[in-house]
Design a protein around this ligand. Structure first.
Ligand code: PGA
Length: 259
């Protein structure tokens, strides 16, 4: 059985007071949903880097079984890279994973496939799990290119890794047209792409394809999560906007855990 994963990407939102209030409320919701019962469920909170130590401290204080991840990582080990944060720094602050190749990074900050590969390698070298984001734009979908785009984004990374290196890798299919727009892919559309992605992984290794976690992302909320989680190749969600509301995020975790 594959683990189930729900990850809340705060993007560039929040501050220290928000972090404290959030973890307090999330802990209350965690207890009321008895999220501890779902032993196969991993929950990640992905705050802006500067908030990571504070969020981690609040999680430790409230004895929450929640992991922290980075939204980004440098493609370099260390040195003269002003403004960057390395994989070993994330590791030092107890992060277990980081997003790589999020469509906002690709579109707004120039993260090319080669940069994505460097970032994945930095994370793996420090024992952190890359959550590799894949997804097509609306234009690409309308032109019938969705599968081709996603395949290219995935293969360029898979081709540079040994199967043994992929154990820590997770994938997140996030159609760009569904991110922050309120439009989510139908469960059938999402399932079809997840199945396609798993097949690409199977071309590299059948065992890896069985084990790899594939999250869906793009306007996931507590109203649409259940039907997504019922799809056989959807192992969880990468949640943006709805993860900023601790009660709603906990409800999504509950729906995933029980699915
Ligand atoms: P959204 O963002 O849930 O606000 O659409 C998802 C993401 O970008 O990870």
């Amino acid at each position: 059985m594959r683990p189930k994963v729900v990850a809340g990407n705060w993007k560039m939102n929040g501050d220290q007071a928000f972090s404290r209030d959030y973890i307090k409320s999330f802990k209350a919701s965690w207890d009321s949903y008895s999220l501890k019962q779902y032993s196969g469920l991993s929950v990640f909170i992905i705050p802006p880097a500067i908030l990571i130590p504070g969020v981690q401290a609040c999680i430790d204080d409230s004895d929450l079984d929640v992991l922290v991840a980075g939204q980004n990582v440098a493609g370099y080990e260390s040195g003269a890279y002003t403004g960057e944060i390395s994989a070993s720094m994330l590791h030092d602050f107890s992060c277990k994973a980081a997003l790589v190749g999020h469509s906002e990074r690709r579109a707004l900050f120039g993260d090319t496939d080669n940069i994505v590969i460097d970032k994945v390698k930095q994370l793996l070298a420090r024992g952190l799990g890359p959550i590799l984001c894949l997804g097509e734009s609306l234009e690409e979908r309308e032109q019938g290119l969705a599968e081709r785009v996603v395949k290219a984004q995935l293969e360029v990374v898979l081709d540079t890794l040994e199967v043994s290196e992929c154990a820590l890798l997770s994938l997140a299919y996030e159609p760009v047209w569904a991110i922050g727009t309120g439009k989510t892919a139908t469960p059938e559309e999402a399932q079809a792409m997840h199945e396609f992605i798993r097949q690409i992984v199977a071309d590299k290794s059948v065992e890896l394809a069985e084990e790899i976690v594939i999250l869906y992302g793009g306007s996931v909320n507590s109203a649409n999560a259940d039907s997504l989680f019922r799809q056989k190749d959807i192992d969880g969600a990468l949640v943006g906007g709805a993860s900023l509301k601790p009660d709603e995020f906990a409800e999504i975790c509950h729906l995933c855990g029980r699915s």
